[in-house]
Design a protein around this ligand. Structure first.
Ligand code: CA2
Length: 146
């Protein structure tokens, strides 16, 4: 069987990880998260396609491409999680398992972060465990892939 590909998408401002606000988001950089995920995925026989964009339409394009190019999606939509019906629609059209990840515990923060438009398209949501949440999402996918 062909190697499974996990598309890991990161939304706006997550390129700043590790450089500011470590009390909220931790000190691990996005590159470090990507490397750790690649190593963990290898032990499962999977490969990681890791991306970040500050642009909603680019994230939508990548989600659409996942219909042919990926087997599952791990998504930290950043602030778009709280605003983007376009990302929800794209996720619902892709028909692949989606795990939603947030570094911070959304429910301990401002009320506008308590609602995510993309959660209805996800198998589940992991939040509040910092960078480890991405690895927890990989483990969770084991029950979702053929
Ligand atoms: O907790 C998360 O992972 C969030 O998706 C992060 C988003 C925020 O809008 C969501 O409500 C929760 C913000 C990402 C901004 O990342 C930064 C990292 C370092 C410095 C500044 C911003």
């Amino acid at each position: 069987m062909a190697q499974q590909t996990i598309l890991v998408l990161n939304g706006p401002n997550l390129n700043l990880l590790g450089t500011r606000e470590p009390q909220i988001y931790g000190s691990t950089t996005l590159d470090e998260i990507a490397q750790t995920m690649r190593t963990a995925a290898r032990t499962k026989g999977w490969q990681i396609d890791f991306r970040q964009s500050n642009h909603e339409g680019e994230l939508v394009d990548w989600i659409q491409q996942a219909r042919t190019d990926a087997d599952a999606i791990i998504l930290n939509g950043g602030a778009y999680s709280h605003s983007s019906i376009a990302i929800l629609d794209a996720l619902q059209a892709v028909e692949k398992p989606v795990i939603e990840v947030h570094l911070s515990n959304l429910f301990k923060r401002e009320t506008f972060r308590h609602h995510s438009y993309i959660s209805p398209a996800a198998v589940g949501l992991i939040c509040g465990f910092g960078a480890r949440g991405y690895l927890l999402a990989l483990d969770a996918l084991e029950d979702c892939l053929d």
